[in-house]
Design a protein around this ligand. Structure first.
Ligand code: FAD
Length: 306
C-alpha cells in the first residue's frame, strides 16, 4: 500500500510526467498495457482477441476534461468508436467502457448525463453494452446515481464498484435492486482513510463476499481481478452452488496475466479483456505501474542496461 501511494504521488509530479511521456524507454512498457493510439489499432487488437474467443471492452483513454466543448468532443470520439465496432464482424464480442469525467462530470451532472445518454443511444443501435468505469471517490455517488437515472431507459449499461471503498456493500445492494450489471474491482485510486480501507485483507474479503452475492443475485456480474487466490475461491463457490459459467464473466487488463486469461478461457469461462487505447495514456499507465513493484524493477533494469 505504501509503495502504491508513493508511486501514485510521484507520478502526479509534472517533471515525472514529462520524463515518462517523452522518454523512448517507457514506450515499450506503455505498449504492454495500451493497445495503440487510434481507433483502428484498438479495433485490430480487439478483433485478434475475439478470434481467440475472448470478449473485449475498449476504453478510449481520457478523463477530466476542462470544458463542455471538450466533453462534447470526447462524446463524438466515442460515437465514432461505437460505429466502428458496429461495422466489425466481431461486434457481438466487443463493448465499451467510459469515464464520466471524460463526458463532462466536472462541468455538471447535466452535461455528463446528456453526453452519456447520446452515447447510450448510439450503442443501442448495435445492442452494445456501455459501462461507466469507476473513478476516484469524489465521483462515486455521482456515478452510481447516474446509472440509477439512465438505467430505466438504457438497461444495457452498468458500472464498476471498488471493494476498497467503505460504502461498497451499500452500492452493491443499490445495483442489485436496480438489476444493473456490476464489474467488481479492488480499486486503483489513492483514497483517504475516511472513505477507503487500507488493509489488503479487508479489501479482499469484501471483494469475495460481493462477488458471491452478485453471482447469486446480480445480473451477469463481471469479476475483474488477476488475484489467483480470489479466483480460486470464487471458482470453488461457483462449482459448489452449481452456478452456470455462462452467467458471469472474468475480466482482466490487456497485457496482464495473459497466461491466466488463456487458462480461464480454456476452462470454459467467459473472459473479457479490457483494452485501453488513445493518446491520453499517462494516468492509466501510472496506476498500472503502482500496482506492482516488478513493473518498476523492469524499467530500472532497462535503464541500467542502456
Ligand atoms: C477489467 C478491469 C477493469 C478495471 N476497472 C477499474 C475501474 O473502473 N476503476 C478502478 O478503480 N479500478 C479498476 N480496475 C483496477 C482494479 O481496481 C485493480 O487496481 C487492479 O485490477 C489490480 O488488482 P487485482 O484485483 O488484480 O489484485 P492485486 O492484489 O493488485 O494483484 C494480484 C496479482 O495480479 C497481478 N497484477 C495486478 N496488477 C498488475 C499490474 N499492473 N501489472 C502486472 N501484474 C499485475 C500480479 O500478479 C498480482 O500479484 C480494473 C481492473 C480490471 C482487471
Amino acid at each position: 500500500m505504501l509503495f502504491r501511494t508513493l508511486i501514485l504521488r510521484a507520478a502526479a509530479l509534472p517533471p515525472v510526467k514529462a520524463l515518462v511521456t517523452r522518454s523512448r524507454l517507457f514506450r515499450g512498457m506503455v505498449h504492454r498495457f495500451v493497445a495503440g493510439e487510434s481507433i483502428e489499432e484498438a479495433v485490430l487488437v480487439a478483433e485478434g482477441l475475439a478470434e481467440r474467443c475472448f470478449n473485449v471492452s475498449l476504453d478510449l483513454l481520457g478523463e477530466n476534461v476542462a470544458t463542455v466543448e471538450e466533453a462534447d468532443h470526447e462524446r463524438e470520439k466515442y460515437i465514432a468508436l461505437i460505429d466502428r465496432i458496429g461495422q466489425s464482424a466481431h461486434r457481438d464480442k466487443v463493448n465499451v467502457s467510459i469515464k464520466l469525467t471524460a463526458l463532462g462530470l466536472d462541468q455538471g451532472e447535466d452535461v455528463a448525463e446528456r453526453n452519456f445518454r447520446t452515447l447510450l443511444e448510439a450503442a443501442k443501435r448495435y445492442g452494445m453494452f456501455v459501462r461507466a468505469d469507476m473513478e476516484d471517490s469524489r465521483y462515486t455517488e455521482q456515478t452510481v446515481a447516474m446509472i440509477e437515472r439512465v438505467f430505466p431507459d438504457y438497461p444495457e449499461t452498468g458500472t464498476v464498484l471498488q471493494s476498497m471503498m467503505k460504502r461498497f456493500d451499500d452500492d452493491v445492494e443499490r445495483m442489485v435492486r436496480l438489476g444493473a450489471r456490476v464489474r467488481v474491482v479492488k480499486g486503483a485510486y489513492l483514497e483517504p482513510p475516511e472513505v477507503a480501507h487500507r488493509e489488503k485483507s479487508v479489501v479482499d474479503l469484501n471483494y469475495v463476499r460481493a462477488a458471491k452475492r452478485l453471482l447469486e443475485h446480480g445480473r451477469y456480474p463481471a469479476l475483474a481481478t488477476h488475484d489467483e487466490r480470489i479466483i480460486a475461491e470464487i471458482k470453488a463457490f461457483v462449482a459448489e452452488k452449481g452456478i452456470d459459467k455462462a452467467s458471469f464473466e472474468w475480466q482482466m487488463l490487456f497485457g496482464i496475466r495473459r497466461d491466466l486469461q488463456e487458462q480461464l478461457r480454456q476452462e470454459g469461462y467467459n473472459v473479457r479483456v479490457y483494452v485501453p487505447f488513445g493518446e491520453s495514456w499517462y494516468p492509466y499507465f501510472s496506476r498500472r505501474l503502482a500496482e506492482r513493484p516488478a513493473n518498476l524493477l523492469f524499467i530500472a533494469k532497462s535503464l541500467a542496461h542502456r
